[in-house]
Design a protein around this ligand. Structure first.
Ligand SMILES: Cc1cc2nc3c(=O)[nH]c(=O)nc-3n(C[C@H](O)[C@H](O)[C@H](O)COP(=O)(O)OP(=O)(O)OC[C@H]3O[C@@H](n4cnc5c(N)ncnc54)[C@H](O)[C@@H]3O)c2cc1C
Length: 399
């Protein structure tokens, strides 16, 4: 097993590090405080090829392998995990099209992402269906003219307020049905729609083909304030046949495939954040002196720094193993994707908690980055399936 990066992977890492140094780090704290979506940074990330990594070459996409994608997401997350979450969310929404769409659907639904900075949303979670996605009630039903119509409400949707394409998981037939479908509300339809933006930041998108999409007021979040999160409601949205991905009864299987792809990416977000927490803490404890010594030289504090480093490295190993398993489509990829997600979330939580502690009272001050990182870390243990959900997957595989 070779742990050295290939030349291409090294190039990706260096490119993203430079991007983070130049575009994110200088004013990330001010931007975060303003809680404003960093569209300019997202556009620059698109321009230098740090977004839409999963789009196939057949559509002139980058089709970046999973290991390299994880490295890119990890390095971007070192800058800010709200930004990396927003950027990665396009792949979360689009990978199902790359994996299960027809060639025509790939051309129609993925091409716009190659041509311009288009933002997309992955709509799975609902108010009554979080960890238990099977309880979703958003549904499609055939209308009298033979076309499907989509109705329902999704919540906590990343990029919702800026998205011009929506990937939606829904029941096929009726809200209480068992079969799940995956449908796309495409860029072309949203661009052509009549869009009214409310003072609250919510949008009403009246589609020419029939129906309306409403996005709610952007959520006021504890952390990851540079990502956008809002509800999305679909009201009598008329669909053409080509807007349904694959078999309209196999959406649940497709969602599992998406999450197998996405969990290593969330693990990468966790590793990037944990590493940043370690680095800002090292920097601080090398400067700050108490009892005539640098904090980092006090034995008990040194032990904490060592423990933080170990957690980062172990999470990175788990991430790389999961990325290799998913890349190779190994039968046991699910358990390793869940392991990596949990271990990285634990590393992020541990390193931010202990890092903040090693900053003493200063860590509790909002001007110190460690306090922002500590707020950001919590969501890594929650989205893409909570710690308990990952443990359920691991437990099921084990026995
Ligand atoms: C900032 C943010 C961005 C997000 N982005 C997206 C997105 O883009 N698209 C999308 O579809 N979703 C998104 N989500 C939703 C996210 O994936 C869900 O919040 C998450 O899956 C948990 O669902 P829930 O919030 O309903 O919690 P619940 O499912 O209600 O869980 C509450 C608690 O109960 C525990 N629990 C639940 N079931 C069990 C069980 N069987 N055994 C033991 N414990 C259990 C959970 O682990 C958790 O601790 C986002 C969420 C946030 C906060």
């Amino acid at each position: 097993m070779d742990f050295n990066l290939t030349d291409d992977q090294q190039m990706y890492v260096e490119t993203v590090r430079k991007f983070v140094r130049n575009e994110i780090t200088p004013d990330v704290m001010e931007r975060e405080r303003a809680h404003a979506f960093p569209l300019d940074i997202i556009k620059k990330a698109w321009e230098i090829g740090l977004m839409n990594l999963s789009i196939p070459e057949s559509v002139k996409g980058f089709e970046v392998d999973i290991i390299s994608s994880a490295l890119i997401v990890r390095e971007l997350s070192y800058g800010d995990t709200g930004i990396s979450t927003s950027a990665m969310c396009n792949d979360l929404a689009n990978v199902v099209i790359a994996q299960h769409g027809t060639e025509e659907q790939k051309q129609t639904f993925l091409k716009p992402f190659v041509e311009a900075t288009v933002i997309s949303a992955f709509c799975l979670t609902e108010p009554g269906a979080g960890s238990d996605n099977s309880a979703m009630t958003t549904f499609i039903r055939k209308g009298e003219d033979g076309r499907y119509v989509l109705n329902g409400e999704k919540c906590f949707i990343t990029n919702a307020s800026y998205a011009s394409q929506f990937t939606v998981f829904c029941k096929a037939g009726s809200p209480g049905g068992l079969m799940i479908a995956c449908v796309i509300i495409p860029y072309s339809a949203v661009c052509d729609a009549d869009i009214v933006t409310q003072p609250s930041g919510g949008r009403e998108i009246t589609l020419r083909g029939g129906g309306k999409i409403t996005t709610g007021k952007p959520e006021d979040k504890l952390g990851q304030r540079l990502s956008n999160t809002a509800t999305v409601t679909f009201e009598d949205v008329v669909l053409e046949d080509n807007q349904i991905i694959g078999n309209r009864r196999l959406g649940f299987r497709y969602a599992v495939d998406v999450l197998d792809y996405a969990r290593p990416m969330v693990a990468a977000i966790g590793v990037g954040l944990a590493k940043r927490a370690l680095d800002v803490t090292l920097e601080y404890t090398k400067e700050r002196k108490q009892f005539g010594q640098r904090i980092c030289d006090l034995p008990v504090a040194r032990d904490t720094l060592v423990e933080m480093w170990k957690r980062v490295e172990l999470a990175d190993l788990a991430l790389m193993k999961a990325a290799v398993k998913v890349q190779k489509q190994a039968d046991d990829r699910g358990i390793y994707a869940s392991l990596a997600k949990n271990v990285a979330a634990e590393a992020a939580l541990f390193c931010t908690k202990e890092g903040l502690h090693l900053h003493g009272g200063y860590g509790f001050m909002s001007e110190y980055e460690i306090s922002k990182l500590a707020r950001d870390a919590h969501i890594i243990d929650i989205y893409e399936g909570t710690r308990e959900v990952q443990n359920m997957i691991i437990g099921r595989e084990l026995v």
